[in-house]
Design a protein around this ligand. Structure first.
Ligand SMILES: [Zn+2]
Length: 320
């Protein structure tokens, strides 16, 4: 009996109810897993596709060899970015780091975190203040300045940041060449070896440089005063340039008619802040430029002024 009962107990379990249900259960799980695997695969493919697009974008823009010369609207000050492929030269940083960083973010591709050369034309706040933040936000391969000292707090901070970031600092003087590419070269024309080093006239030692790209030239004069323009004009060097960055934001104490005759620019770029307290640019300078029928381009009127140079055999084009 106990054996029979045992047998009956086993038989009571419905033999058909187990396996089919189990089979259905496994099929459902497998289907779900397949769907999840497919979704994962789609995401991976989509991710790889987007990654390819980004990489292609980076390769394309780093190989793009057009040169751009950008005079930023940084208010009352100077900041000029020369850019070709993944090489950048920043001349001065304007009076405000926040404004400069916004401009650099706009003009330098997001993946390029290095500025090859930084130049501080002279140690005035409206030229070096922005550079301090740029040194903190970007890698800087080297910084060039005229080596003139200043007692100002901003100059102290500028020097401290160079030390902190361990940036090689070079003395910029006439004869120095910065080769941006086979086509583009920036030559320093001024100052010479000896500086005025007069804390009351820091402008006098401004670094003046000339960018050449084929037949195109840009003369960048910092805040050089008229007596030093004369000194430069008296040297036997070719100052002729299609674009002149007018010295000292258009101050009447620079940009003499004699100097303009040496440079003979088609365009004069004036970097000045709207309604600035110095009255820059002065009417005298505007008159001297108008007299010679030179196009006047002002950052306080037009915002950023940008030239695109595609080909050494062609004129650089003003990007409107
Ligand atoms: Zn200035």
């Amino acid at each position: 009996m106990p054996k029979g009962q045992e047998r009956e107990g086993v038989l009571e379990v419905p033999p058909s109810s187990g396996p089919p249900r189990r089979t259905t259960f496994f099929r459902g799980e497998k289907g779900k897993k397949n769907m999840i695997n497919n979704k994962k695969l789609y995401f991976i493919l989509l991710f790889l596709f987007v990654l390819c697009l980004i990489l292609l974008g980076i390769i394309f823009s780093s190989q793009k060899q057009e040169l751009s010369v950008n005079f930023f609207d940084v208010g009352q000050g100077d900041a000029i970015l020369i850019s070709q492929g993944n090489k950048q030269v920043l001349i001065d940083g304007g009076p405000n780091g926040q404004i400069l960083l916004e401009k650099l973010g706009e003009y330098i591709p997001f993946w390029d975190r290095n500025i090859e050369v930084m130049i501080a034309t002279h140690p005035d706040q409206d030229h070096i203040d922005g550079l301090i933040d740029a040194m903190k936000a970007y890698g800087v391969s080297e910084i060039i300045d005229n080596s003139a000292q200043s007692d100002s707090q901003v100059y102290k901070k500028y020097r401290e940041t160079i030390e902190e970031k361990n940036i090689p600092r070079l003395k910029g003087q006439a004869g120095m060449n910065i080769k941006i590419s086979n086509e583009a070269n920036l030559e320093i024309l001024y100052p010479g070896e000896n500086l005025e080093n007069n804390p009351k006239d820091t402008n006098a030692d401004s670094i003046v440089s000339k960018l050449s790209f084929g037949d195109n030239s840009f003369l960048l004069t910092g805040d050089l005063p008229d007596n030093k323009e004369q000194e430069l004009a008296d040297k036997n060097i070719n100052l002729k340039s299609g674009v002149l960055k007018v010295s000292h934001h258009g101050s009447k104490y620079a940009t003499t008619s004699e100097f303009l005759e040496k440079v003979m620019p088609d365009d004069a770029v004036i970097s000045a802040g709207k309604n600035n307290r110095y009255g820059h640019p002065s009417q005298e300078v505007l008159d001297r430029l108008n007299e010679k029928k030179i196009n006047i381009l002002r950052t306080d009127e037009r915002g950023d002024i940008k030239y695109i140079c595609d080909n050494t055999g062609e004129l650089c084009i003003l990007d409107l």
